[in-house]
Design a binder for this molecule. Sequence first.
Ligand SMILES: Cc1ncc(C[n+]2csc(CCOP(=O)(O)OP(=O)(O)O)c2C)c(N)n1
Ligand SMILES: CC(=O)[C@@H](O)[C@H](O)COP(=O)(O)O
Ligand SMILES: [Mg+2]
Length: 623
Amino acid sequence: MILEKIKEANDVKQLSLSECEQLAQEIRDFLIRSLSETGGHLASNLGVVELTIALHRFLHFPEDKLVWDVGHQAYTHKILTGRKEQFATLRKTGGLSGFPKRKESDCDAFDTGHSSTSISAGLGLVQARDLKGEDYQVVSVIGDGALTGGMAYEALNNAAELKKNFIIILNDNEMSITRNVGGMSSYLDHIRTAAPYTELKMGVTNALKKIPKVGDGMVDALHKTKSSIKQLVIPGMLFENMGLTYLGPVDGHDMRQLGKVLQEAKRKQGPVLIHVLTEKGRGYEPAMRHPARFHGAAPYEIETGLPKSNGNPSYTDIFSTVMRKFGDREPDVVAVSAAMVPGTGLKRFGNMFPDRLFDVGIAEEHAVTFAAGLALGGLRPVVAIYSSFLQRAIDQILHDVCMQNLPVVFAVDRAGLVGSDGETHHGCFDLSYLSMMPNMTVMAPKNKWELSDMMKFAIRQNGPVAIRYPRGEAYTELEEYRAPIEMGKAEVLEKGKEIAILAVGNMVRTAVQVTENLRKKGYEPTLVNMRFVKPLDTELLDIIKEDHSLIVTMEENVKSGGFGEQVMTYYGSRMHGPAVRIVAIEDRFVPHGSVEDLMRQQQMDSDSVTERVLQWQTKVKTK
Ligand SMILES: Cc1ncc(C[n+]2csc(CCOP(=O)(O)OP(=O)(O)O)c2C)c(N)n1
Ligand SMILES: CC(=O)[C@@H](O)[C@H](O)COP(=O)(O)O
Ligand SMILES: [Mg+2]
C-alpha cells in the first residue's frame, strides 16, 4: 500500500507519477470506507483527490500556503499531512475537524467553513509575503459553486492589480451542492464545451508564437482584437480581460497535466487562474449518480449508498410541507434560497412551483436584498437560509429589509448548535443580531406544530419576521398546547411559583425536563414557552415578577445580546426586579461534536441546568 508510506507532509514528493495514480485510488477507497462510518463531505472530496496530490507535489508544506474555499474538500490534504489515523474521529467530539483548522495542523493555512473567502485570504497572504520580503507560494482553491459568492468577485477585482504571482485554482465540477446556477456557471459551461476546439486553437497560438520575431506580436494582436473568434481561440477571456492570466481548462484527474500547468502558472507575474475540470463523487458510483446526496453524507452502506439510518421528520421537513401548502394556497408566496435548496427543504416547493423558487447561488447578501425587491413588488418572499450563513447578510436585513419595514419572512434553519460541522456552522448568534434590528419580529417554535403555526402567522404580517428552528428531529411533544399565535405573546405551559423558567424554541424541550427534575426536588416551577424573542412579552414579565424570586432564561444562542440579556435589561430598568439567571452559550466559539456532548459542555443539558437552578435558588433564598 502506497498510502501506508504517507506519514507526514511532503512524503508524496518521493513518489513517481504512477505511484501517485495508485495513491489516488487508495485514498478514494479509504475515504469511501471511512466516511461510510462517520459521514462527511464525500462527493466533493472524491472529486479533488488528484488535484490535491498534484498540489502536494508542487508545494512545500508548511512553508507554502494552500487556502481551501469552504474547506469541505480538504480531506485528502489532511491525509497527506499526517492525519489519516484520525479519520475514525472525523467531525466527532474532540476529533478531527471536517474543515481546515490552523490549530489542527501547521499545513492548514486558513480556517474556513463559509464560502467564497479563499481568494481574499490568499491575496492577503500574498501581499503580506511581499511586504515582509518573504518567499513562499500561495495557492487558493475555489469551487465553481463558491465562485457564485460576491466576495469572490470583490477579491478577483482586487487581485487583478497584483504584480506578483498568486495562483487561483478554479475547481469546476459543474456543481454547487446541487447543479450550479447563474451566469458565471453558464460562462464556465461555454468554456468547457468549447474546450476541444480551443485546444486545437491553442495549438494555433503556440504555433504562431514559434514564428521568429513576428509570432509573439501576432498572438498579442489576437488578444487585442474584439472579434468573437478570439473568444473561441482564447478561453477564459473574461478573466483575461479583468487582468488575470487564464490557464486551462485542464483535466483535474490527470496529474501529469496538472503538474505542467502548475509549473507554468508559477512562472507568471500577477494573478493566474487555472481552470480545472473535475467530477464530483468520482470513483464511487452512488456519489457520481447522486452528488447532491453525497455532498454532506450521513453514514451509509457502501454497497448501495443508502443511509444507515433514517431519522424522524426534522423541522426542515415541517417547513417543507408548509411551503408546499403555501404554494397551493398563497399565490404571492415565493421562496428564495442561497444554494441550499435541498438543505432548507425547498426542493418540493421548487418541483411544484419552479417559477416561484429563486436559487440565487451562494449569495446570501444578494438573496436578502433581492427578497426586499420581491416584497416591494407585491410578493411575499420567504428567505430560507441557515442561521450561520445568514450572518453574511446582516446589513442587508437591516438596511434593505428592516429599515423599509418590508414583509420578508426569514426561515432561519440550523439555529443553535448544529453538531459535526462545528464552530463555523453553529447558528448561535441570530437571536442577538436579529433582535437588535428595529421592525424585526423574532420567533422560535417549541415543536413541529408551532413551526407550522408560526409560518402561517408570519406571512400575514406587514413587516419582517424571522422564525428560527434547529437542525434535526422536530419535537413532537406538547401537542395539546396550541393556542393561536398572537404578536409578542408568550405561552404559559405550567403555572407555579418561586422559580420561573422562560425558554426559547428548542430549549422548551430541555426546560420540560428541568421542571420535572425540580418538581421532584419539591419545587413548583412556572414554565413559559416564550414564542417571541422580539417583541418581548413584557406584560407577562411584569406578572411573573410578582410571585417569583428567580427567573431562569434558556436559549440556544450566545448570551451576549440574546434573549436572557434582554429579560435582564427589562427587569434591570425596574425597581425590585427578581433575580435573573441566564442559560445560554458562553462567549467563546463552540467546537464540533455531537449536539448532546456540546450541550453538556456548555452546561445546557437538562441535568446541568437543574443543578445550576438549584444552586441559584439556594443563593437567592439566603440573600
Ligand atoms: C456562506 C455559505 N453559504 C452556503 C454554504 C453551504 N455550502 C457549502 S459547500 C457549498 C457548495 C460549494 O460548491 P463548490 O464550491 O463548487 O464546491 P464543490 O462541493 O462542488 O466541490 C455550499 C452551498 C457555505 N458553506 N457558506
Ligand atoms: C460545507 C457546508 O457548508 C454544507 O455542506 C453543510 O455542511 C451542510 O450542512 P447540513 O448537513 O446541516 O445541511
Ligand atoms: Mg463545484
